[in-house]
Design a protein around this ligand. Structure first.
Ligand code: SF4
Length: 58
């Protein structure tokens, strides 16, 4: 069953057909302490998808 977390970041090792396959994710603020829009957040669990890069999180 696909994860309930939908994600458009296809470059991530956890992305499976635009759903996140990680057991859990951590989303952090970026920039200053005021998060006024979705642009002020990022997924800290992201791991770049390449043949020699293994995921750091599970
Ligand atoms: S770990 Fe984050 S960036 Fe990667 S697929 Fe899941 S939600 Fe998207």
């Amino acid at each position: 069953m696909p994860s309930a977390v939908r994600c458009m970041v296809e470059d991530c090792v956890y992305n499976e057909k635009l759903h996140c396959s990680a057991a859990s994710i951590l989303v952090k603020k970026i920039g200053n302490e005021i998060v006024g829009t979705e642009r002020g957040t990022c997924c800290d669990t992201f791991s770049y998808q390449s043949p020699d890069h293994k995921p750091d999180h599970s």
